[in-house]
Design a protein around this ligand. Structure first.
Ligand SMILES: Nc1nc2c(c(=O)[nH]1)N[C@@H](CN(C=O)c1ccc(C(=O)N[C@@H](CCC(=O)O)C(=O)O)cc1)CN2
Length: 282
């Protein structure tokens, strides 16, 4: 979509084109008696997480895939969560496993992520998955970073030789998207809470990726005229990490929230699950 000279990067259009490409693959799997199945694990009762998990289940259903929902109480222990993950690792009907982040604070989330079998790590959260992504050959790179790359590719926005500034260094977003942009030949600066003069660094960026988890954090006057702005924020109330209207004034292209990175994240998860079903079979 074009707004004046601005390109509004439409995540629904990208997601629809990805899902269209999956239809034939799912049909062929079903002819072999295999229905791709995503297992989602939700721990606790965070309403946003419950919404995202429900959206993932619904997206599976719409494409003729199945989903298995595991819901554990907020008082679940790390050990009980790992036991549930190991059961799913052994279940031949399950092709992909997604542990919804965040989990309650008393749980060792890293240990739980590491319990996911690499063959079923369709969310790209294990250390092995992360390392494979860093070397550029992961089957299943983390979904939101892969979604960001898919949006840039769909709109043919050049990455090579560009200066990308990533705001955030989380293990499933900021770090992996930094390495993916680096592998696509960008010069990457990864910023975080201890970065000094963040605004000055962002002003030098050709591509800005906001992955900080703070509503409307990125200010319009931080954006260099003509920069591409990707908002990977998902704060309560469907508010992104970017002050959209203010950043739109300077950007050449920008993702909105909602309907930007979010739908492509889910389409990426489906794509990874179909790929896992093709590899693992029934
Ligand atoms: N294990 C994981 N946990 C989390 C991930 C992840 O990739 N793996 N990402 C985020 C949130 N997230 C998926 O889980 C997510 C957030 C938002 C959307 C989305 O499509 N949002 C819609 C609007 C939603 C609404 O209408 O309520 C949009 O942007 O249009 C998808 C996925 C945290 N945890």
């Amino acid at each position: 979509m074009v707004n004046g000279e601005k390109l509004i990067l439409d995540g629904n259009a990208v997601a629809d084109s990805m899902k269209l490409q999956l239809e034939g693959r799912i049909k062929r799997l079903k002819e072999r008696g295999i229905t791709p199945c995503l297992a989602t694990i939700l721990v606790g009762d965070d309403p946003s997480s419950a919404t995202y998990v429900r959206m993932k289940g619904n997206a599976c259903k719409r494409l003729g895939m199945t989903s298995m929902r595991v819901e554990l109480s907020a008082s679940t222990t790390t050990e009980a969560l790992i036991a549930a993950i190991r059961e799913l690792n052994e279940d031949r009907s399950v092709h992909g496993i997604l542990l919804q982040h965040p989990v309650p604070h008393h749980i060792d989330e890293r240990a739980a992520f590491e319990a996911i079998a690499i063959a079923k790590d369709v969310d790209g959260v294990t250390a092995v998955g992360y390392a494979q992504n860093a070397f550029g050959y992961a089957d299943y790179p983390s979904c939101t970073p892969a979604a960001i790359m898919a949006i840039l590719a769909y709109y043919q926005l050049p990455i090579g030789g560009k200066h990308a500034v990533v705001i955030g260094r989380s293990p499933i977003l900021g770090k992996p998207v930094s390495v993916m942009l680096l592998n696509a030949d960008a010069t990457v600066t990864t910023c975080h809470s201890r970065t000094s003069d963040l605004a000055a660094l962002v002003r030098m960026a050709d591509i800005v990726v906001a992955a900080v988890g703070k509503p409307k954090f990125v200010q319009g006057d931080w954006i260099k005229p003509g920069a591409v702005v990707i908002d990977a924020g998902y704060n309560p109330g469907n508010v992104g990490d970017v002050d959209y209207e203010a950043c739109l004034a300077n950007a050449s292209a920008i993702t909105p929230v909602p309907t930007g990175v979010g739908p492509v994240t889910i389409a990426t998860l489906l794509k990874h699950t179909v790929h896992a079903a093709e590899k693992l079979g029934g």
